[in-house]
Design a protein around this ligand. Structure first.
Ligand SMILES: Cc1cc2nc3c(=O)[nH]c(=O)nc-3n(C[C@H](O)[C@H](O)[C@H](O)COP(=O)(O)O)c2cc1C
Length: 177
């Protein structure tokens, strides 16, 4: 391995889901870099079917958390862990690979955020949330026409305290043939 691949792999391995955030808002340029990493993800037939919405507005975050909570099958005060910002990822249902494409963009953004000293956590239930009429209307008000499905949200911000410890990798999941 050369030096760059060592560094990239180390960043991938040291990323952890963060569930405790400092209230400090990440710098705008960092959020832009994270989204850039999503925009450069590969996609089936290069359709780039996604939409990324960076949310820092308190009222919008509150509503997203409230709706998300309604779909949780566990107890939580805030499913977004009071993160200062959220990044919503949606993808156009008209393409064959939109779910894979959206998930890959999420992955790239999580790594990019980590390299910038930011913590993220994938927050699920975006599909159910963005099926709600008021969020569909909101998407149209932002200029997103067409049928979008919610893929996921990233809670994003500076981690509060040390990153959680990684759990060991499962054995026997890889074969070379
Ligand atoms: C598709 C997907 C959905 C997830 N949904 C949630 C979620 O709603 N809330 C949460 O706290 N973590 C969620 N996670 C984070 C996982 O729990 C986490 O990635 C896993 O425990 C491994 O930990 P690590 O990310 O620190 O390696 C999700 C992760 C993925 C990939």
């Amino acid at each position: 391995m050369n030096n760059t691949s060592d560094i990239v792999l180390e960043q991938m391995k040291s990323r952890r889901s963060v569930r405790k955030f400092s209230p400090q808002m990440p710098e705008r340029w960092k959020l832009e870099k994270v989204v850039e990493a999503g925009l450069w993800a590969p996609s089936g037939h290069n359709k780039q079917p996604w939409a990324f919405i960076v949310v820092t507005d308190e009222e919008t975050k509150r509503q997203l958390a409230e709706d998300n909570k309604a779909f949780c099958d566990f107890e939580t005060t805030n499913p977004f862990y009071d993160a200062p910002a959220y990044i919503i990822v949606l993808a156009q249902k008209s393409t064959r690979t939109y779910v894979y494409d959206g998930a890959l963009a999420m992955g790239q953004m999580m790594i990019a955020a980590h390299t910038l000293g930011l913590g993220t956590c994938w927050i699920h239930r975006a599909r159910q949330t963005f099926e709600l009429t008021h969020w569909q209307k909101w998407l149209r008000s932002l200029g997103f026409e067409g049928e979008y499905e919610g893929i996921g949200h990233l809670a994003i911000g500076y981690p509060e305290g040390a990153l959680p410890k990684a759990r060991p990798r499962k054995e026997g999941l890889v074969k070379f043939v």
